[in-house]
Design a protein around this ligand. Structure first.
Ligand code: TYD
Length: 237
């Protein structure tokens, strides 16, 4: 179970698509003979579709930090539970069956996105949101064996998101949130990813995603090869 994580605008989805293409073409020696499943969260299932609709607009930590569960806080909780329902479906329909037959599952976003994003939205709503969100997963989720984290300056990622919108490749709905609030939210999400990576250095591989796409691709491919050649993935197991 290998996951790719990072803040919006870090370029992760483009790189994952390129990796999928290369593997499909049979490139990279340690990959031969293995079944690969490329998947993502939010999924294309019922909850995932609902979430994508809801998340079209810019994100802020609205409701967080107030010290009480107000309307914004409840909205954040509603979102968290929708993401968790989507995750349960993802496990049931895709991840668990694929791992059971020995496939390598690669997910573009997974449980750490919940910890990073929903914890940023739940500040002041629940105590220690990062740990709280992670604990909710523990009894039933399948933890990733390796997580490749795309690290990027939130200001640069934010600019990339904005230019994507201006070029018409993303279409946010107007929300009235200002640029500062959105960038602050992204900073908080990035800090949460960083905290998790520091806490579990054996699971996380951090890649500098502020560079050219071809350089990032090379690093991501290397990280994947290294993960697959670790003992847990040896083909005879
Ligand atoms: P995604 O479609 O992966 O966006 P992108 O292709 O730009 O990376 O994810 C949509 C949004 O959902 C993104 O802003 C991150 C957010 N998200 C959460 O807040 N929590 C989660 O658990 C997941 C999986 C995604």
């Amino acid at each position: 179970m290998i996951t790719f994580e990072g803040i919006d605008g870090c370029g992760k989805s483009t790189i994952v698509a390129q990796i999928a293409r290369q593997i499909e073409l049979g490139e990279g020696p340690p990959f031969r003979g293995r079944e690969f499943i490329f998947t993502a969260e939010p999924t294309d299932g019922e909850e995932g579709r609902l979430l994508r609709e809801r998340l079209k607009g810019p994100r802020t930590a609205e409701g967080g930090g107030s010290g009480s569960v107000d309307a914004g806080g409840l909205e954040g909780l509603e979102e968290l539970f929708l993401f968790l329902a989507d995750h349960a479906r993802h496990l049931r329909e895709t991840v668990v069956p694929a791992l059971a037959r020995g496939a390598v599952v690669i997910s573009d976003r997974y449980s750490d996105s919940r910890a990073a994003y929903q914890a940023a939205a739940l500040g002041g709503v629940v105590p220690h949101p990062l740990e709280w969100v992670r604990q909710i997963h523990r009894p039933w989720s399948v933890p990733p064996d390796k997580t490749i984290l795309f690290s990027i300056d939130p200001a640069l990622a934010f600019e990339r998101c904005r230019s994507r919108i201006e070029e018409g490749r993303s279409s946010p709905q107007p929300t009235g949130h200002d640029k500062f609030e959105e960038e602050t939210f992204l900073r908080e999400v990035a800090a949460n990813f960083e905290t998790m990576a520091k806490g579990e250095p054996e699971r996380f591989v951090v890649i500098d995603a502020g560079r050219r796409r071809d350089e990032v691709l090379v690093d991501a491919m290397r990280a994947l090869e290294a993960a697959l050649s670790e003992k847990a993935y040896a083909p005879d197991r």
